[in-house]
Unconditional design. Structure first.
Length: 319
């Protein structure tokens, strides 16, 4: 038997083995690694999905929060897990499209180290300020920032939040001081306490504080107003052309057998269609947006290029 025949036989045996494994998958508990802390949009979505997968399979699903380095700590951990489908990575464009343009040295490769499973949802963010900031709308914030350049501070615990704010500054000719955090929830805590002045972040993190009267909402980064935040305009109504969104997706470690990836995709498709998960997504300002593994792979490649352009436009230099 020649080398080509041996390789073909090995591939066939691997495929058959993968199919057999997928038929019984999952046969034990699963872990969803998340690169943000409890209270974030991705964390909330992961927990809602975990419950649905448990209902469908009878297996428990653990959500493992590993915040830090804009999701890089979680990405590195998930990429080095056994490629058997039992440890997966629920993440956003932060780790899979933005970080390569923001960090000179990554501890993971967003393309080579992961097998795309499914796009899950797309969402938008909310511009909020501490009530002590003398700005009741976007126009007043711009005027305040221009009157005192470098006086206002903004916190960020994700590259989506950072890039959204840097793009805002680039388009308005304003200058804020950047205060980095491991995740958005602790950044919001400091914003409420008055340690920082403003922030652009996901609705799951910001909206509860707005409803409690602890933060003031100035504008949505969406192209149109959302019923979830009645009376709040879009940033674009005051700043033409400003729009900024993010997405959530599920990945498995590279080399995970294709049949297992397919099974994971099926589980995600079913979970995301469940009313409880759809409601959780909507309450976080997200819309369910599903895909096949192949579609996610192509989408991510396009997003890598798009985020590179956005970051360049925002004037951010990789560090």
């Amino acid at each position: 038997m020649n080398r080509r025949s041996l390789l073909a036989l090995a591939a066939l045996l691997s495929l058959n083995g993968g199919v057999a494994i997928a038929q019984d998958f999952p046969a034990r508990p699963l872990t969803i690694v998340v690169g943000s802390s409890a209270g974030s949009a991705t964390d909330g979505l992961a927990r809602a999905v975990a419950l649905e997968v448990t209902k469908a399979t009878g297996q428990s699903v653990i959500v493992d929060n590993r915040p830090g380095a804009f999701g890089g700590i979680a990405a590195q951990f998930a990429s080095r897990a056994q490629p058997d489908g039992y440890t997966v990575f629920m993440t956003t464009n932060t780790t899979q499209a933005a970080n390569p343009h923001l960090q000179k040295k990554l501890s993971y490769d967003p393309i080579k180290d992961f097998a795309p499973v499914a796009l899950l949802a797309k969402g938008y963010q909310l511009l909020v300020v501490n009530p002590q900031v003398k700005a009741n709308n976007v126009a007043e914030l711009i005027a305040l920032a221009k009157a005192s350049p470098g006086k206002l501070n903004y916190g960020s615990g994700s590259s989506s939040a950072q890039v959204a704010t840097e793009l805002f500054q680039q388009m308005t000719g304003t200058k804020f001081n950047y205060v980095p955090y491991k995740a958005n929830p602790p950044a919001v805590i400091d914003l409420v306490a008055g340690q920082t002045d403003l922030m652009i972040a996901d609705l799951a993190t910001t909206l509860p504080q707005v409803k409690a009267g602890k933060l003031r909402a100035l504008g949505l980064t969406s192209p149109k107003r959302l019923s979830l935040v009645p009376g709040t305009p879009t940033v674009a109504e005051s700043l033409k052309g400003y729009e900024f969104g993010y997405w959530n997706a599920l990945y498995a470690p590279a080399a995970t057998p294709a049949p297992v990836v397919s099974r994971l995709n099926t589980l995600m498709q079913a979970a995301m269609k469940a009313p409880a998960v759809r409601n959780a997504a909507e309450q976080a300002g997200m819309e369910v947006s599903l895909s096949s593994p192949e579609e996610l792979g192509k989408f991510q490649q396009a997003e890598l290029e798009r985020w590179g352009q956005i970051i360049k436009t925002a004037g951010i230099v990789a560090e």
